[in-house]
Design a protein around this ligand. Structure first.
Ligand code: PDD
Length: 285
């Protein structure tokens, strides 16, 4: 089946879809993005993604390319055109096309909007049974990781370094040795007191939409979510560790830098939170 992309007002077969060579996203990574997971043809937590998009756009002094209602319509149409049942929508907004110059273009240059879609298999049962490995490395990113910018060079280098070491994800460490987050996921541990710990929001991390949902579900279930920073040494003494993102939901981490977390198996709290999230998705989160 052919895939379709949305590019600045047109739905085009992916094979012919393209952007201008002087798009500022291409030349400067001057843009923001969102990844929205789709389950049973429904965009999960769409409102929260659009709220974060609004935040990123404001922080970058970028205008919405179309209204929120129009964007929702485009996302729906992309789900239908691509016959997406389970997968993801990728949307990217850049500062548009203009002659290369670091300063912003003159007023009147419209921001550019691109949306793509892809089918994805659910997380494999093997990953859920065994959990995944992470490796730690310095966080080399800029000081505004709360903006979901398309400028992801340190993230992709960290992810590839982790892959090269046979790990699934990189946990990034700030100057004091605390975990900020993963290269494309938020980081969590579960202590022996049953506290579900994740770093508080702020400039060093992205406000994960899945993080937000998991915190709310944990509170609702009477569990003990705590927002504070932690170091890899604490994670290695913890009962459980896991990561969250729109595409992985809550995924158990069973090894950090080659050493086992807890008993080296996916933990019950992580699996419970994953099940709560799955239930919420089923109900139409
Ligand atoms: N990544 N931290 C970073 C740096 C991320 O890039 C992401 C998302 C997250 C998790 O956020 P959310 O729960 O909203 O997906 C945390 C997406 C999936 C990506 O870049 O593909």
């Amino acid at each position: 089946m052919s895939r379709y992309a949305y590019v600045n007002g047109q739905y085009l077969p992916l094979s012919v879809a393209g952007v201008h060579v002087e798009d500022r996203g291409y030349q400067f990574a001057d843009g923001v993005y969102e990844v929205v997971a789709v389950a049973n043809g429904h965009a999960i937590d769409e409102e929260a993604h659009l709220a974060r998009l609004d935040y990123s756009l404001k922080e970058m002094s970028l205008a919405w390319p179309v209204s929120k209602a129009a964007l929702k319509h485009i996302l729906k149409r992309m789900v239908a055109l691509n016959r997406l049942t389970n997968g993801l929508l990728y949307l990217q907004i850049t500062r548009g096309v203009s002659r290369r110059d670091h300063g912003f273009p003159k007023p009147g240059v419209p921001p550019a909007l691109v949306v793509t879609a892809k089918n994805m298999k659910p997380v494999s049962p093997e990953l859920l049974e065994k959990g995944v490995a992470v490796v730690t490395m310095p966080d080399l990113r800029w000081k505004r990781c709360d903006i979901k910018s398309v400028s992801l060079l340190p993230n992709i280098l960290a992810k590839q370094a982790a892959k090269d070491m046979g790990a699934y994800e990189a946990w990034l460490l700030d100057d004091k040795g605390y975990v900020t987050e993963g290269s494309s996921t938020n980081a969590w541990i579960v202590t022996d007191k049953g506290e579900i710990v994740t770093r508080p929001l702020g400039a060093p991390i992205l406000a994960g939409v899945t993080r937000r949902a998991i915190l709310a579900l944990a509170k609702e279930a009477g569990l003990k979510p705590v927002e504070r920073p932690f170091k890899p040494a604490e994670a290695l003494k913890a009962k459980e560790a896991f990561l969250t993102s729109a595409t992985s939901w809550a995924l158990p981490i069973t090894r950090i830098d080659g050493k086992p977390v807890g008993d080296g198996k996916p933990g019950p709290m992580t699996l419970r939170l994953r099940a709560l999230y799955a239930q919420a998705v089923e109900k139409g989160l």
